[in-house]
Each structure stands twice: as C-alpha cells, then as structure tokens.
Ligand binder design. Structure first.
Ligand SMILES: O=C(O)CCC(=O)C(=O)O
Length: 233
C-alpha cells in the first residue's frame, strides 16, 4: 500500500491539487454563476433568497462530463472502484450573505430509484423530489466522495473540518482538523468521516460534491436511473 493509500485508509480523506486546470476553472466559474442564478428563489414578500445548494446536478451534461474527468484523473482513480457509478452531485455554496454552519456529521443517505423493504435499510426521505435511504454501514463504507473546490478554500471561507479516522468505528479522538483545498483541487473522503464547516468570514465558497460507488455493489433496490455510469455505451 502506498503512503497516500495508507493515509486515505487511516485518516479517511486525502487532497489532490490541480485536478482541474486554470482554463477549465474559468469555465466552471461561469457554470457555477449560472447555478447560483437558477437557485435564486423569492420569499413570500418577494425578497430574493438563495438556497445553499442543490443535490441533483447529475442531470446536467457538463456535470456528468466532470464526473468522468475527475474519476479519470489517475491519482484519484486509484481510490475509486474499477466498475464505477456516480450516484449524486451536490452543489454547495456559501457567501457572506448566504452563510451557513454545518455541524459535524456523517453522510448516511444515498439516492435510490424506488422504495423497497430490506433489513438494515431505513430512514427514507425525499430531497428535491428524489428518494433517499440510509443503507447499512457496510454499504456506505464502499462509497467515496470527491469534492471539487472552485476557489481556494481555507479557514476564513468554509473549508471542511474533519475528525481524522472517524470513518472507522474505533476512533477515540474528536479533534478536528481543517482541510484547506486550492482552487481546482479535489478532496476525497469517506462518507462516514465526521465532517462539518463554519460560516464564512470573507469571500465565497463553491464546491461540487460527487458521490461515487462500485457499480457492482449488491443492493436490494436500484440506484437512480439518472446516475452516471463509467464506460456506459
Ligand atoms: O460543504 C459543506 O460545508 C458541508 C456539506 C455537507 O457535508 C453536507 O451537507 O452533507
């Protein structure tokens, strides 16, 4: 096992710089600006509000292309299953005006196509019209999250804080570590890693958060039809 692989295994996360280059980032900034515009909603008094993100971006071709691009980066590919499916892409943004604190938590839900009854699967919910369920931990342990950062992210603009090793049940420490990521960089993490983020004090923070799984993972139901599947003809 390489040192990096050992880190990922033990700490539950690893960061790669320069996954998306400068020119592609400029294009992404434009895409993200469009998303922000699309997410603008009005409250009952007509005042513009902005949601803190959305969870179903895989409907967009450019997002599917990005899932392919990120998972094709050889540094990242070594941490992903060969037979790959991307279940979900979330967009999370923070600005000084649209600001939110995320308490430490684990990501326990996955999207599925339709409801089923199976031991160990529960906590059904609908998010933005899509069905989510909490699978047994053995399933969640197989998933990998890739978080692509559009701008440099540090302590003042909402970098994630994690509890290293907390994806493994045996961890005793609760000490948080800040995970800064450069623009165009990707943080890979296990969904069971305890993570959260603070409100930002300056600037903005835009993150595209992809959830990858092994395509051949044996689940009692079906992954969402809109999932991205690697090498699908
Ligand atoms: O992007 C963040 O700061 C945390 C978002 C997150 O992990 C979540 O909503 O599950």
């Amino acid at each position: 096992m390489t040192e990096l692989a050992q880190n990922f295994d033990e700490q539950g996360y690893v960061v790669f710089d320069g996954v998306v280059g400068k020119e592609a980032l400029i294009e992404l900034e434009e895409r993200v600006a469009e998303l922000q515009y699309a997410l603008r909603i009005k409250d009952s008094s007509g005042k513009a509000l902005t949601q803190a993100g959305t969870r179903n971006l895989l409907r967009k071709d450019w997002v599917r292309a990005l899932a392919a691009y990120i998972s094709g980066d050889l540094r990242i590919a070594q941490f992903l299953p060969q037979s790959l499916i991307c279940l979900q892409c979330n967009y999370f943004f923070k600005t000084v005006d649209v600001n939110w604190h995320v308490a430490l938590h684990q990501d326990l839900s996955v999207p599925v196509e339709s409801q089923f009854a199976s031991k160990g699967w529960g906590g059904w919910s609908l998010k933005e019209g899509e069905l989510f369920v909490q699978p047994p931990k053995e399933i969640i342990k197989e998933l990998v999250i890739a978080r692509l950062h559009i701008e440099n992210t540090c302590a003042t603009n909402g970098a994630l804080e994690v509890v290293p090793g907390s994806h493994k049940a045996s961890v005793s420490s609760t000490e948080r570590v800040l995970v800064p990521v450069e623009a165009g960089g990707v943080m890979l993490m296990r969904p069971l890693l305890m993570h959260g983020s603070r409100k930002i004090r300056s600037g903005t923070r835009n993150v595209l958060h992809f959830v990858f799984a092994p395509r051949d993972l044996n689940i009692p139901g079906q992954w969402p039809q809109g999932a991205w599947v690697k090498n699908k003809a």
